[in-house]
Design a protein around this ligand. Structure first.
Ligand code: PEP
Ligand code: MN
Length: 338
């Protein structure tokens, strides 16, 4: 249930509603937008509650939400969420580019790639230190050594870093290094992990599970938000379909759907969505045209030597080309549709 306060409602009026909810045993989340304050009510709603709350001073409307996700919904938070990471904003007027290798493989590989993507205009450096691999015999990342290298690359280039955390036990450690914690597609429904990243003060990027519906994805987002972490970004990375030519099928329509249903920024990862390097640029450009808040692409200095996902990695030259092409596409104006 959502309680909308009238524009310019007073602190006393807002507190009156919060106290009433507490006295009735409900949890609440407050969203103070540019236009108005909205209070999300969590708990077992009974029919008379709407009438009770609508009688309170400052309340204009009480709406029961039929959707199962609440805190991630536009009804609860009509303005776009803008996540700030250093000087970079995600979800605002600018479009961000996150780039870097699939995995941190060595100091040289990471420093060279970081420098190259920085020079080409990337805003955030990506690189996995803990890699979720389909086969346990594949390269699974350098662990904390990889995190150290990422921190050094940040120091050298000034680029904030995004890296994956795979287990609840690692959240504390990875949070000491990362500017954004990535939750990978395979862990989208690891609810204990989602709870943990919801408790830290580091932005989170939640990738869509490869077989997850948009509703399941937003319910996963709800776990993070419900624990208090509001700096959440979504990432569409392709879903499983019957098509086998591409690694996954990029669900471009998820971008405007998310924009309609939610206030959260959405990034598109055309690398994992396609699995083929020559499909990365066309899909990145399509994502930009469809209103994505940014893209995340894998770049390798020598893709043929990559320990992970070489087939989908852009060379530095091709990444530079993509940056030029992306700059020709304006970020479409979002419509906050209710
Ligand atoms: C990644 O970005 O490194 C990754 C493993 O992607 P996904 O979780 O989308 O498969
Ligand atoms: Mn990868």
């Amino acid at each position: 249930m959502i309680v909308s306060m009238r524009p310019k409602s007073t602190e006393n009026e807002v507190n009156g509603v919060l106290e009433k909810l507490e006295s009735l045993g409900f949890q609440h989340h407050i969203s103070r937008g540019v236009e108005r304050t909205v209070i999300g009510v969590i708990g077992k709603i009974y029919p008379d509650l709407k009438d009770t709350l609508e009688l309170m001073p400052g309340v204009v409307e009480v709406v029961r939400l039929s959707r199962p996700f609440k805190l991630s919904s536009r009804e609860f938070h009509p303005d776009d969420t803008v996540v700030r990471v250093g000087d970079v904003t995600i979800g605002g007027a600018e479009r961000v580019v996150m780039a870097g290798p699939c995995a941190v493989e060595s100091r040289e590989q990471l420093m060279e790639t970081a420098q190259a993507v920085k020079e080409a205009g990337a805003h955030i450096l990506r690189g996995g230190a803990y890699k979720p691999r389909t086969s346990p015999y594949s390269f699974r990342g350098l662990g904390e050594d990889g995190l150290e290298m990422l921190a050094e690359a940040r120091e050298k280039t000034g680029l904030p870093i995004i890296t994956e955390v795979m287990t609840p036990a690692d959240v504390g450690l990875v949070s000491q290094y990362a500017d954004i914690l990535q939750i990978g597609a395979r862990n989208m429904q690891n609810y204990i992990l989602l709870d943990e990243v919801g408790k830290v003060d580091v932005p989170v990027m939640l990738k869509r599970g490869m077989s997850a519906t948009i509703e399941e994805w937003l319910l996963a987002a709800e776990y993070v938000l419900a624990q208090g972490n509001q700096n959440l970004i979504l990432c569409e990375r392709g879903i499983r379909t019957f098509e086998t030519y591409t690694r996954n099928t990029l669900d471009l329509s998820a971008i405007p759907v998310i924009k309609k249903l939610s206030h959260l920024p959405v990034i598109v990862d055309p690398s994992h969505a396609t699995g083929k390097w020559y499909l990365v640029a066309p899909m990145a450009l399509a994502a930009a045209a469809a209103g994505a808040d940014g893209v995340m692409v894998e770049v390798h200095i020598t893709p043929e030597d990559a320990l992970c996902d070489g087939a989908q990695a852009l060379t530095v030259d091709n990444f530079r080309l993509l940056m030029g092409q992306l700059s020709t596409i304006q970020k479409p104006l979002q419509q906050a549709t209710l």
